[in-house]
Write a new protein. Structure first.
Length: 357
């Protein structure tokens, strides 16, 4: 018998999708799902205790039990809609055989890569060297609350390349830009290596249990328009195609921080399922992007430090502008160490209860 559009009996009702995955599939979700970049980190006292036991930062990243615990801490404390794997974008160059250290109070330090080094990158060892990360993903997925999604991640090729060439953080990215301008074939070779290894790394995370993945292009905003297309959009599009070939239903979020007006080009051409918005993106532009695909963002992390009326007002404006469409509430960049944990709890309550006033 044809029942047409009659509703299913209760016994046949399908389980509700996880809020994050529903939003990334293009569905408006009320209240919007919320997770926060760097939600596991130094602002949490339980993380500081864990970090003190771990030894080096990379020891923490490559210890499956400790990485899983760091990932789960903010989920337990705040009941967030997603956990994001605790790791770092620089585990990929480490797995390629490059020296990567994290200097307390200074950040990452690498041996600056030169053109002859590209041919010596050890891509064949990637899966083996990143096995502890995949073990952590499996452990996290097993311990997550039923409604909480697990996000894997990697750095986008341009951003990872800048760290490899500069030897660490940079103010002007002069070495990376000079490399790309003076030796475009050599730079393209490096990007090609990073495209392949990043796609393989994300596929490994998905096979271990990640339900969505995010590509962080933290330094995309330093590129002019032609280079943005060549080194930010095209490599991400290639990665997306490779991951989707293996896992077509897993959503991919792209975060081209600082892209400005080029966000529209990225949303149109990078192939991602959703786009993360940095703090500088006006809500009018965010709404225009949301007409094409789900958006994620974009509260200023410093409002989370200050809290109070300023945070409530900022959160209210974002939810009112974007909450009617496919939307994930997040920050425009990561939580900073000075953030009071109680402000995070209040922000989650504001978004969940619709009490941003």
């Amino acid at each position: 018998m044809n029942h047409g559009n009659r509703p299913r009996p209760a016994a046949e009702a399908q389980p509700a999708a996880k809020p994050l995955l529903a939003a990334l599939a293009g569905k408006p979700v009320t209240p919007p799902p919320i997770w926060l970049m760097r939600q596991a980190g130094r602002y949490l006292p339980e993380y500081r205790e864990l970090r003190a036991r771990a030894g080096s930062f990379l020891d923490l990243c490559f210890s499956p039990d400790l990485a899983a615990e760091a990932t789960l801490q903010p989920v337990r404390r705040y009941g967030l809609d997603a956990a994001i794997l605790f790791s770092d974008i620089l585990v990929v160059p480490h797995a390629l055989g490059r020296r990567v250290d994290f200097v307390e109070g200074e950040g990452p330090s690498l041996d600056p890569l030169k053109p002859p080094d590209i041919g010596r990158l050890e891509g064949g060892a990637l899966r083996k060297r990143l096995t502890p990360v995949f073990e952590a993903v499996r452990s996290i997925r097993a311990d997550l609350p039923r409604a909480c999604a697990l996000i894997g991640f990697a750095g986008a090729p341009w951003t990872v390349a800048t760290y490899m060439i500069e030897g660490g953080p940079s103010q002007d990215f002069a070495a990376a830009k000079r490399f790309a301008f003076a030796d475009p074939a050599g730079f393209a070779e490096l990007i090609d290596v990073l495209v392949g290894t990043t796609a393989e790394y994300l596929i490994g995370q998905i096979e271990a249990g990640a339900e969505a993945v995010q590509l962080f292009d933290s330094w995309a905003g330093v590129l002019a328009e032609p280079e943005f297309r060549r080194w930010a959009i095209e490599p991400v599009r290639d990665i997306v195609a490779r991951v989707k070939h293996a896992h077509p239903r897993v959503p991919i979020i792209g975060f081209p921080r600082g892209a400005g007006m080029l966000y529209a080009d990225y949303a149109r051409d990078a192939g991602v399922d959703a786009v993360g918005l940095d703090t500088s993106v006006p809500l009018a532009l965010a709404q225009a992007l949301q007409a094409r695909l789900p958006v994620q963002g974009n509260l200023d992390p410093q409002l989370l430090v200050v809290g109070g009326a300023a945070m409530r007002s900022g959160a209210r404006a974002i939810v009112e502008a974007l909450g009617g469409g496919p939307f994930v509430f997040n920050l425009g960049h990561g939580i900073v160490p000075e953030t009071p944990p109680e402000n995070v709890a209040e922000l989650v309550w504001i978004v969940r209860e619709g009490r941003a006033a």
